[in-house]
Design a protein around this ligand. Sequence first.
Ligand code: CMX
Length: 425
Amino acid sequence: MSKLVEKLSNKFNEWRQEAKKIIEQHGSTVISEVTVSQGYGGMRGVRSLICDTSRVPQEDGLIIRGRHLKELIHLTPEEILFLLLTGELPSEEELEELKSELRKRKSVSQYVWKVLESMPKDSHPMVMFNTAILVMQKESIFAAEYEKGLRKEEHWKPTLEDALNIIAKLPAIAAGVYRIRFNKGQIIQPDPGMDLTGDYVHMLGLPNPDPNFYELIRLYLVAHCDHEGGNVSALTTQTINSALSDLYYALSGGFNGLAGPLHGLANQESLKWVMKIIERYSGAPSVEQIKELIQETLNAGKVIPGYGHAVLRITDPRFEAFLNFGKKHFPDDPVFLTVSRMYDVVPGELKKIEKIKNPFPNVDAASGSLLYHYGLTEYSYYTVMFAVSRSLGLSAQAVINRGMMSPLIRPKSVTTEWIKDAVKK
Ligand code: CMX
């Protein structure tokens, strides 16, 4: 791994100097203010975190290290990981080194399978996935090195080791969760010669997988990889990481947040909603039927899953990438057809509700229908796939935060009494 370590050593020297200079020269410049509404409103729009792996302008969507997602959707997860970590796409040699490092670290210890196999059969796949990550904490290189005594400047090196170990193992763990939870037979062992995507497809073990399924999983692993630093899973992961908890603690914690229906679980909820409408109307519904179910859902006090966003104010480019994939490969599939018909109807209906700031679809509105087409029909599994991809961005953010020697995250909370006093003044 000498090339990646050397590159990151140089980058951190440069980035630390740059940050030091910015703080020295502009440390007291105000970059955000917080209103009472923002305090009560989930801190929406408060600029108080630094994250360089990606940014999400509300009118553009995901930009990874200065490159729009649209320019990156043909790449592999390995290339994206290198880009997230270093800010550059890898040379052929650098990519080969990274791939070979990941191949070496694939194998999952037997005790992890024993834990997963002993879990209740109705456990949610995300509980199994997060448990597997947490139970591997004893393998943390960072925790072991920290125990021995490690200078702060060096914290990123064992964090990078943990990151590569976890990322290399997650396809096997995710595929194992699928096979155990849904009674698909024996776990399939990783193939040392395969890349992350190929091996994940191989270990899922779907019968007679369509060759385009590989393409879908590659796209899936790229599209979900990162979404700046303020979303629930990123903020949670980085807050845990800032306590110098290792990446096993930090990632499993962040992924517990990803498992919420307002975040990553929305992909499961979205397909559940689509299947409900297909079942009710015995096939792809009409525009009127979709409008009827939207009204029913809203009247029941529920959200329309896969629509809306805390930051975006446009159709999510990740949704567009999935929609284009479906249009290219199976435009007439009834599940996909329902998803694309919903896109014609839902934004118009949500626009009528003033409080909804973004009526457009997010990443979670289309992805499930594509997986369903290829026979991956167990939709409670979909958030696990999201997590495999998001581990790239969250691990890169954690390595960078350690490399930048970022301090403990500890904002200040105030009481309602404090607010009442403050507004009186
Ligand atoms: N359906 C119904 N109501 C919605 C809605 C939707 N899709 N999106 C927003 N609203 C409602 C909110 O619930 C909120 O209502 P209250 O004020 O009564 O609580 C109001 O509109 C204002 O919300 P907002 O400012 O537009 O959006 P937020 O930043 O508060 O929330 C999000 C963003 C994603 C949680 C919300 O749009 C939502 O619940 N969407 C559906 C779930 C979903 O798809 N989540 C996945 C997001 C992507 C991801 O992280 O994976």
